[in-house]
Design a protein around this ligand. Structure first.
Ligand code: ADP
Length: 477
């Protein structure tokens, strides 16, 4: 049995802004089920919601800050969660990283440096918790200083750093570095300095014993200039220590047979009941109720990465076909406005919901026929996996985890029953539209369509396989 400290800035269902929370809420649980002692450490945000007891454990002093460590459980599991409690940095309403206008909090460097320093104290068993991990598993830039600071410790645990998205790097001016009082030895071009700036992400990439990312294809892509954000050289230099492990999903939470957020449970054998969810979705969103019209769904952060601009360019042509389009998302204000404007003129075909709505996300997965995910890059992606479980055929661009989890429909894959969706190459409106038209043609052949649906529903996306791969990785350290 290994002792694993899982370091993250969000974990479902305590707090979630994106896929990292899903993984942090599932992987430690899966590791625990495989007999490992996995514990989570994360900041104690005001927005954290839990029904579990939260108790005080200890207070430690880090650079003149008195920080409390609180303990709770990941709701519905036995997984211990340690909350780093420093009200001045974490006890305010809203999103963990950005204000209501999407602008980063001004003191993010200070906040996450403190989080990393406290994590190091816990990892070195200097926090009165009487527990020392074998492995410290860090995630994304917010924990990037942990491997860097641990590299200066004698008799430290092994470190793993997982990249969930290279686009977010935690880059700050060198003056911030100086004001943080970080050790001078880390400040060089083979350290956390990146073009005279402080890079949290680089701390994780340089100093961790192993780097992973969330799909094999993304692991290759980030070694190239198109995806590496200037760190491709470093990543290809460390390629022997870099691997891709595809994310699993929480198959209990995303299960069409037991989902309490949908109108009518269904499975592979009762796929006809999926239509009732389509009706419920159309009613809820005030679209004309029609079982035969194909419904396209999209749930996403509305950012450049997700190819929302491609969707906007395709919408006029999409509207010339008999279909409905349902979108749930929030993010970039200009995308939000343009989508709204477009929907206003076509209330019988388009429904745009701006906001974050977990229950509606489940109903969209259950009630749509086709799911659109034209991402420019996608480290792993979850919604294309949820879609396959809910018999909703994904249309995806061939990148990152989308390429690794969706099998394109061609004669061969139809014949051997591996086809689960539509995959297109180029990040252009034309290529997306082509794939949408292919989907419409396939949809008009009910027998073939059902095969695509059931092929997807049969696939095993549980965490067990991925957790086992992480355990193999840990065992080499
Ligand atoms: P990313 O982490 O890049 O945002 P992923 O596909 O890996 O993308 O994960 C996104 C997660 O967030 C999924 O669980 C998705 O359902 C959820 N999500 C994104 N936007 C919304 C929204 N507006 N309402 C509800 N859930 C959302």
């Amino acid at each position: 049995m290994k002792k694993i400290l899982f370091v993250t800035s969000e974990a479902h269902p305590l707090i979630k802004t994106g896929g990292l929370a899903d993984i942090s809420g599932s992987l430690p649980k899966a590791l625990a089920e495989l007999g490992q002692d996995a514990r989570i450490i994360m900041p104690n945000y005001q927005a954290i919601k839990t029904t579990e007891e939260v108790r005080y454990l200890s207070t430690i002093y880090v650079y003149n800050c008195a920080v409390n460590i609180l303990e709770t459980r990941l709701p519905g599991t036995n997984v211990i969660v340690w909350l780093v409690d420093f009200p001045e940095f974490f006890n305010f309403p809203g999103n963990p990283y950005v204000d209501e206008h999407g602008k980063s909090w001004a003191n993010n460097a200070e906040r996450f440096t403190l989080f990393c320093r406290v994590t190091v104290e816990v990892a070195m068993n200097r926090s009165y918790l009487d527990w020392k991990p074998d492995i410290v598993h860090c995630n994304d830039w917010q924990s990037g200083l942990v491997p860097a600071l641990l590299s200066l410790e004698y008799s430290r645990p092994a470190t793993v750093f997982t990249i969930h998205n290279m686009a977010y790097q935690g880059i700050f001016p060198s003056s911030t570095y100086r004001s943080l009082n970080l050790p001078g030895q880390l400040w060089n071009s083979n350290g956390i300095e990146f073009h005279d700036m402080l890079s949290f992400l680089k701390g994780g990439l340089i100093y961790s014993d192993r780097i992973t990312t969330v799909s094999p294809t993304y692991a290759k892509e980030i070694q190239t200039a198109d995806f590496g954000y200037g760190l491709e050289g470093l990543l290809s230099h460390r390629k022997d220590f870099l691997s891709g492990i595809i994310n699993g999903i929480d198959v209990d939470h995303w299960n069409p047979e037991t989902d309490i957020n949908i109108s009518q449970p269904f499975n592979r054998m009762t796929l006809y009941k999926k239509a009732l969810n389509k009706t419920a979705l159309q009613e809820k969103l005030s679209l004309p109720v029609n079982k035969n019209i194909p419904v396209f769904g999209l749930i996403s952060r509305l950012v450049e990465q997700k190819g929302i601009d491609l969707i906007l360019k395709c919408l006029p042509e999409m509207l010339t076909h008999p279909l409905q389009f349902v979108l749930l998302g929030s993010g970039n204000k200009s995308f939000e406005q343009r989508l709204y404007n477009f929907a206003e003129g076509h209330p019988d075909k388009i429904s745009i919901t701006i906001g974050y709505d977990e229950a509606l996300a489940h109903l969209i997965e259950a009630g749509s026929d086709i799911f659109l995910m034209p991402s420019r890059f996608e480290p792993c992606g979850l919604n294309q996996i949820y879609s396959q479980r809910y018999g909703t055929v994904p249309v995806v661009r061939k990148t990152g985890g989308l390429a690794d989890t969706v099998v394109d429909t061609v004669p061969k894959t139809l014949e051997d029953n591996t086809a689960t969706g539509l995959v297109f190459n180029e990040a252009s409106p034309g290529a997306l539209m082509e794939a949408i038209k292919r989907a419409l043609i396939l949809y008009s052949h009910p027998k073939t369509w059902k095969r695509l649906q059931t092929n997807g529903m049969r696939k095993d996306f549980s965490w067990t396989k991925s957790a086992q791969q992480y355990m193999t990785l840990y065992s080499h350290l």
